[in-house]
Design a protein around this ligand. Sequence first.
Ligand code: SF4
Length: 324
Amino acid sequence: MIEPLAEMRNVERRFRVGGGLFGSGRDLRAVNGVSLTIRSGEALGIVGESGCGKSTLARMLLGLLAPSAGEIFVAGRPVASLGARALARCVQPVFQDPYSSLNPRRTVGAIIAAPLVVHRMGDAAQRRAEVERLMSLVGLPPRLYLSYPGQLSGGQRQRVAIARALIMRPKMVICDEPTSALDVSVQSQILNLLGDLQQTFGLTYILISHNLAVVEHIATRVAVMYLGRIVEENETEALFRTPRHPYTKALLASVLTPEPGLGVPDTGLGLAFPNPLDPPSGCTFHPRCPEAGPRCRASVPRDVRAGEALVTCHLYDGGTSVAA
Ligand code: SF4
C-alpha cells in the first residue's frame, strides 16, 4: 500500500460573486465535494476545461486558498497547521505562464534562490552552489545565471520556474498547465524534463491540464473534473483504453485537435460550458451529454467506485461494472 502524501476529504470552495454595495451576491461553487488521495511517488493528472475548478483545487493544496468546507491533509497534517517553511518543503508550484510568474527585474540566479532566501536557508555560497546544481539538472547553461527573464526563451523560462520549485526539495510539485504557454516544439521537452526530474528526486506530481494528451505523457493516474466535481478517475492506461464517463470520451476525442492550447473543442459536446453560477440541475453535464436521459436532469449521480476506478454517471449506477 503506497502511503498518501496528500488527501482531500469532501472539499468545497465557494466564492461570493456580485452583489455590489447592497446586494448579497451569489455563491459560485468552484470545487464541490471533492475527495482525492495523492500517493507518494505517483503522477496524478487532473483534467478538465477552463473553469472546472482544477486550479482552485491546486491553490488549496498549496495553502493559498482555504476550503469553504471539508479537510485537506499534506504529509499527514491539516494543511492549515503546517508553517510556511514546512509547507514549502512539502509542495511547490510550477505555474502556466513563465512570462508572468518570473520577476522580470531579477536575475535567473536570484529567482531560483528566492525560496532559500525567504526561508533563510544556507549562506550565499551554499545557495549559489545549489542554484548552479539545479540549473544544470534542468538544462540551463551556467552562463544564464546573471540573465534576466526577458533574455530567455519560453522553454528556458519554464526551466527556471521548475528549478525554483525544486530548490526547496519538495516532496510534491503541482504543475498547473506547465506547457500550454509554450510552442508545440518545446512542450514535449518540458514534459520529458518533468519525467526525468521525477525519477531523479522521487517526486510526486499533480499535473493540471485541459488536455488529456499532456497528462498521458507522465501521469500514472488521471482524475477528470467537470463543474467542480471529479466525474471519472482511473489509472491512465485504463482511462485511455476504456473511458466511461461521456465527458471523458469527449475530452479524448478533443485530443485529436490539430492545435494544442486551443482548449477543448465542441467535438461531441454540443453547447458551450455552462455558467458555474447557474449550474444545470441533476447531472450538471446533461445539457451537453449525448447519452443523457430523463433521470439525468432530475437527480445528481453518485460516485460509483470499483478498485482504482471511479465514475459519476447514472449509466454506471445500476450495477454496470466500472472496473478496468
Ligand atoms: Fe450523461 Fe446522464 Fe451520465 Fe450525466 S449522468 S454523464 S447526463 S448519462
